[in-house]
Every structure is written in structure tokens, then in C-alpha cells.
Design a protein. Structure first.
Lengths: 247, 449
């Protein structure tokens, strides 16, 4: 395998796991995010463990003016050129906070949705004319149907999924895979300490599924796999009944 | 969250934190509502060292990154939750091995420092302190201090063997050493009784870099303490059979075996254990063979979570060391007490130890160490362990805190004369007593709340 993989939001639980699975495959890595110290440590870890080139790159989801320059910066350095980009930056605000405070709401929309679209559009610009490679974003099963518990967060992810659907068609002619990964509940700092979350998957499991999904050019990846069927059932429940359920 | 150590006894409710970043860890130490905290790595200490009943426990598992490995000097730098197993995976294919390693590789670097672990070469090379260059420690007052033999040396030595009570270890630098191959030349020697075993251990262990012995704690009378000594030196490339010479630094391929569920305590039945010891005794062949480092150093790691074989109530491991002058008499007393009890111990390990280091709470002193497993079968085991403690105290020895869950405050004080010095250093760097554990309260290292 060759080609650089850019991981945006690399200090997140899933981002760190992704860095390891791709490094284990021998891929060179660009790890992007805000916490430079943490990124440098993750990059060093990949270099020592897997003897692959890895470096960190500054990225701030809310600094929209910098996104184009970021895509430029990220694609420089290792020679082989960028093979793919995975976006896993995200913000899961407390739902009650997001309802009450417009700033919190706006911020989650910007980080989860607007920044993802903005970066992918810049990448699509830059990749005009090339063939092959992949673009991937981590969305959520929460986007499959709105539930009172997390529909503000879920709707930002649903918007990304809808956007990816269109981007996939646009990029198909160039042979660029566009992959929408919808994880269920992951054991990360976002969910640590929340009581009684069943079926919590490890970030490593999610990362392995992401890599497999990308290498097989899947459009939508549910991870772990059973969420596809769980969400299928949840989507099928008629509204009349859904209103009375406390999911 | 209910936590327990590797021995699964005791289990206690603790408030568990899992910071993702250093800043978050510092925030927890500064502001977490529980009065005390203790760090936890892989949870491989047997008893209550990484427990803090109804108080805070900080899981270090997210601090699992290598920071640097400089091949020319063999200096490796990593965060505290990197395991020895991961270090071996990184350095062995490049022709290096850990200079000091205990009998399991599934422990974290932070835990290894906190317990000042030793290995099969303690008689020659000392504890993990000898490979440690420095580490960074977050103290109870929120300071991050680099500790080495030159910088904050009192804190360096108190943290080694300090059972996590001086602060949270953030990252460490240690030296690995070049090896010609990933194999050892192992020589096996059966000794029909304790006297023979001790004589061989004390006279010719120094000819071997690594030395350890299986000792049968169930045999009595003339066979009391019969042992199989497994001693080894690193193998040179020419020692290897030609088939292995092509890839002298090959990693070991072993099937990852697991105990899939809680077994009905097979390991706790004395008949099974008598049988196992008999098989090992009759099955040993004296002489030399080539063994991979993984199978020589970590025979039990082949079966992950083997602690489940002892059933739900868990296993109590007892490890003590006796000073050279009292080795023979002390060992005889201990073995007689163990073999006359009905508390079937499974495999026991006998090994010679070298001189103690400067750390106030470090375990090894020059002499010989005995480690025995006892399935937890209730009061009779605890009575036995208390008797063993009395013998060890009377003989001037001590018990290994990383494996202990039963030692009393009084016995602890008699065993560890460095306690006063340790407390002095702890109160200098942690005046408010932010770091404490169930073990620390049980042994009176800190005031019980």
C-alpha cells in the first residue's frame, strides 16, 4: 500500500485508532487537529511502532478561512501524494445546552456539518482531474432518525450524510470513493461516564471497520455491523408508535 | 465502578476517571471531588494497590503512546500506559530486549516503576530502576517534575516502589539493550530437595544471567522443596539451530489462548495441583535447550486471563524475600507451613535476589524469594498467609506489595524500615495527601480516612 492518509480530528478516540490501523498497513500519515502536543505524540507513536512517516498539521474546524490552505498544507511533504482523507472531528454537545444556548447549537453545526462540507469541497477542488483515492467522514447512527435524546446532534450528522450522498455521485466519475461511516455508541471520552450504554464498541473496532469499508468502496458503513439492522427497524417504526416510545 | 486487581480479591467500588490528555489529568488531580486519587495501569497488581475504595482511580490507558526510540543508544521514551509487551513488539525485531522484565509482559511502564519490578536476573542486574533513565511525575500539588538520579533524586527513588503514592507518572525514558538473538540457552536442573536447590541457587546462579526455579510446595518430608531450576544465558547466533539462524530476531508466534469464561476453579483443587506438580517434576529433563525469550520469560502469558482458572473468588499470590543469612531456615519453615495446610498452592517460584537499591519501599533484598499462588478459599487461606507473614517478619524478610492484599499494618512496619523516609518524601511533594490507595490505608502508609 502507498499514499498518504490525512486524518482530521486525529486526537479523537476514533482518530487515534485510525492512525494506528493505517500506520500498521504501512501508510504515511498526516494528523490534523488543534492540540499540537497530542498530535505530535500520536505521530511519534506511529513512527516508533510501525516505522511509517507521520506528522501533525494544524487544523481548526472553525477557522473556515484557513480550510483551503489546510488542504494545501496537508497534501505536501511525503512525496507519494495524498491517497485519502478521513474526517472525524466532531462535537457532541449536551442536548439540553444546545436547545437553550444558540452559541452551543451553532458551534456543533459548524464543527460537525459546515466544516466537514467546507474541507471536502476544498479537497474536491484540489482533486479535480485526478483519479482514485477516497474521502471519508464519520457521521452517526443518530442521523438515521431524530430522537428527543440527541436530535440536534443527530441532525448535523444527517446533513453530512445527505451531502456525502451527492458528493459520492460527483466523484464517481473520477473513481474517488466517498464513504459515509455511521458508528453506533463508541467507548470514547464523549460517552465515558454515561450510565448504562449498551453495545459500546471500542474505537479500535470502529477503525478496523472504517478501513475495511474504504478498501471495499462501500457507500455507507455501519459499525459495528448490527447497527444497520437496528436503525432499519427504528426507521420503520410508524410515527404514531414512535411518539410513544422512549428511545 | 467495581474494580479489583489481578487476583480478583478484593473487589471495591471506586470512582473511575479516564483522562484523554495530560491537561485533563492535571485537571482531575486539581479538582476531582474525591479527596484522594491513585493511578491504575493494566491492573496487574494482585491486590488493592490500584484500588481506592469509594475514592478516585485514574485509568492511564489513554496514555499509551511511544514518544521516541533511538536505535544507536537504545533509549526508548514512552507514556506511562505503554506495556512491556508493546515495547518488546517494537524493539525485539530491531535486535533489542528489555534488560529487566518480570514474569508477565502485560504490565504498564508506569506500574512497573511504581512496583519497582524485578526479573529473573535480579541477582545480577537489580530492579527496573537499573534500566530507567528518568520519568515525568504529576504531583498532588499539580507540579510536573522530571525525576532522575540527578534531578529530584529523592522523588525518583520514592516513586520507584512507591505504589503510585507520590503522584501520577506521565512518561518515562528507559534503556533497552541489544541482543544477538531472541533466544536464550536454557539449562534445566532438577533438585530433589530444598537443600540441593538452595545450594545450587546460591552457588551457581551468578553463572547465569537469568535464573528461576519451579518449586513444588506440596511435597513433604524428604522431598520438601524439590525444585526444577530453569537458568539461562542469552543465545548467540551460533548457538541457534540452523533453521533459526536465518531470522535470529524473529518474534514468537503463539496462539493467543484465553480462558473463555469463569471456570469452576480447576486450579483450586489440591488433587489437580498435586498432579500438575508431579507431572512437572517427572517431566523435566536436565540439560540445555534453546528457548524463545517469550516462552522463557512469560510462560503464563500464553494463556491470557489465566486468573479466571481460579474461579470467582480469585487467587491470592504470596511473594516474600528472605535475607541471605536466614534463607534456609526460613524457607523450610515456610514450606512446611504451606505443605501442611490444605490450601493447595499451584506453582511456586523460587529465585535468588541481589542487593537492595536505594528506594525506600522497594521489595527485593539480597537473599532468596518465594512466590506461591493460593486459591481464595476463605478464612483458612487468610490464616495461612498471616502465619507466613509472622515467619517472614521473624526471619527479617518482607512481602511484595504488588502482590499483597492481606498484610497487616504492624507486619508491614516491621518489614519495611524505609517507611519513615518514604513518608517524609511523600509529605514534601504531596503535603495534602492527594494520592492514596486502599493498599496505602490498609498498611498505614497514609492515615486511614
Amino acid at each position: 500500500m502507498s499514499g498518504v492518509v490525512v486524518i482530521v480530528g486525529a486526537t479523537s478516540g476514533v482518530g487515534r485508532a485510525l492512525a494506528r490501523v493505517y500506520a500498521a498497513e504501512g501508510r504515511a500519515l498526516v494528523l490534523a487537529g488543534r492540540d499540537r502536543d497530542s498530535l505530535d505524540r500520536i505521530a511519534a507513536d506511529c513512527r516508533v511502532r510501525f516505522a511509517v512517516p507521520a506528522r501533525s498539521e494544524r487544523f481548526d474546524a472553525l477557522d473556515f478561512a484557513d480550510h483551503a490552505a489546510f488542504v494545501e498544507r496537508a497534501s505536501k511533504g511525503f512525496g507519494n501524494g495524498v491517497d485519502g482523507m478521513i474526517l472525524c472531528q466532531g462535537e457532541m454537545p449536551d442536548e439540553a445546552d444546545a436547545r437553550r444556548d444558540p452559541h452551543v447549537l451553532r458551534r456543533s453545526i459548524d464543527v460537525n456539518y459546515a466544516a466537514t462540507v467546507s474541507v471536502l469541497e476544498r479537497a474536491a477542488d484540489q482533486w479535480a482531474g485526478r483519479t482514485g483515492g477516497f474521502l471519508c467522514a464519520i457521521t452517526s447512527v443518530a442521523g438515521d432518525r431524530g430522537r428527543p435524546r440527541n436530535h440536534l446532534y443527530g441532525s448535523t450528522k444527517a446533513a453530512v450524510s445527505t451531502y456525502l450522498g451527492g458528493l459520492r455521485v460527483r466523484m464517481a466519475r473520477q473513481g474517488i470513493a466517498v464513504v459515509d461511516v455511521r458508528p453506533g455508541i463508541i467507548d470514547t471520552s464523549l460517552t465515558w461516564g454515561l450510565p448504562d450504554l449498551p453495545l459500546r464498541a471500542s474505537p479500535d473496532r470502529i477503525a478496523r471497520d472504517v478501513m475495511r469499508g474504504i478498501s471495499r468502496d462501500r457507500a455507507v458503513v455501519y459499525t459495528p455491523w448490527f447497527w444497520r439492522y437496528v436503525m432499519m427497524i427504528i426507521r420503520w417504526i410508524p410515527d404514531r408508535i414512535f411518539k410513544r416510545l422512549d428511545l | 465502578m467495581r474494580l479489583s486487581g489481578w487476583g480478583r480479591h478484593p473487589a471495591q467500588d471506586c470512582l473511575v476517571y479516564r483522562p484523554e490528555r495530560e491537561a485533563e489529568l492535571a485537571e482531575i488531580v486539581a479538582r476531582a471531588p474525591t479527596p484522594t486519587l491513585v493511578s491504575r495501569g493494566m491492573g496487574r497488581s494482585y491486590g488493592d494497590a490500584a484500588l481506592n475504595e469509594r475514592e478516585g482511580v485514574i485509568l492511564h490507558q489513554r496514555f499509551d503512546r511511544f514518544l521516541d526510540f533511538d536505535e544507536p543508544t537504545g533509549v526508548l521514551s514512552c507514556e506511562s500506559a505503554v506495556t512491556l509487551s508493546e515495547i518488546i513488539d517494537v524493539v525485539l525485531p530491531r535486535g533489542f530486549f528489555l534488560p529487566i522484565t518480570p514474569g508477565t509482559k502485560f504490565i504498564s511502564v508506569g506500574g512497573a516503576i511504581a512496583a519497582d519490578v524485578h526479573g529473573k536476573n535480579h541477582h545480577r542486574d537489580g530492579t527496573i530502576s537499573s534500566q530507567l533513565i528518568d520519568f515525568r511525575l504529576l504531583t498532588g500539588t499539580g507540579h510536573i517534575l522530571t525525576c532522575s538520579r540527578q534531578q529530584n533524586p529523592d522523588l525518583f527513588w520514592a516513586t520507584l516502589g512507591g505504589m503510585g503514592l507520590t503522584g501520577a507518572i506521565l512518561d518515562a525514558r528507559l534503556r533497552v539493550r541489544p541482543v544477538a538473538t531472541s533466544y536464550v540457552k536454557q539449562s534445566t536442573l532438577g533438585c530433589p530437595d530444598l537443600d540441593t536447590a538452595l545450594e545450587r541457587i546460591l552457588t551457581d546462579d551468578r553463572d547465569y544471567e537469568y535464573a528461576v526455579g519451579w518449586i513444588d510446595c506440596l511435597s513433604r518430608g524428604r522431598a520438601l522443596g524439590r525444585s526444577v531450576l530453569l537458568r539461562a544465558n542469552p543465545a548467540a547466533r551460533d548457538d541457534l539451530p540452523s533453521a533459526l539462524r536465518e531470522a535470529p530476531h524473529a518474534p514468537h508466534r503463539a496462539l493467543p489462548l484465553r480462558v473463555p469464561f469463569e471456570l469452576p476453579a480447576i486450579a483450586s483443587h489440591s488433587v489437580n495441583m498435586r498432579l500438575l506438580n508431579q507431572v512437572l517434576w517427572l517431566g523435566h529433563r536436565n540439560g540445555e535447550r534453546i528457548a524463545h525469550v517469550q516462552s522463557y520469560f512469560y510462560p503464563l502469558d500464553t494463556v491470557q486471563n489465566w486468573n479466571r482458572a481460579f474461579g470467582r473468588r480469585g487467587v491470592l499470590q504470596y511473594q516474600c524475600v528472605l535475607p541471605l543469612a536466614n534463607c534456609r531456615e526460613g524457607m523450610i519453615e515456610l514450606l512446611e507451613r504451606i505443605s501442611s495446610s490444605r490450601c493447595a498452592s499451584s506453582l511456586a517460584v523460587l529465585k535468588s535476589t541481589g542487593p537492595a537499591n536505594q528506594s525506600p519501599l522497594s521489595f527485593p533484598i539480597e537473599g532468596a524469594s518465594l512466590a506461591v499462588d493460593f486459591p481464595n478459599r476463605g478464612p483458612e487461606v487468610f490464616a495461612l498467609l498471616a502465619d507466613l507473614d509472622r515467619i517472614v517478619v521473624a526471619r527479617g524478610g518482607r512481602v511484595y506489595l504488588a502482590k499483597d492484599s492481606c498484610l497487616s499494618t504492624e507486619h508491614f512496619r516491621e518489614m519495611y524500615v524505609g517507611l519513615a523516609r518514604f513518608r517524609e518524601i511523600k509529605s514534601k511533594y504531596d503535603p495534602d495527601g492527594r494520592f492514596a490507595s486502599s493498599l496505602a490505608r490498609r498498611l498505614g502508609i497514609v492515615e486511614a480516612a
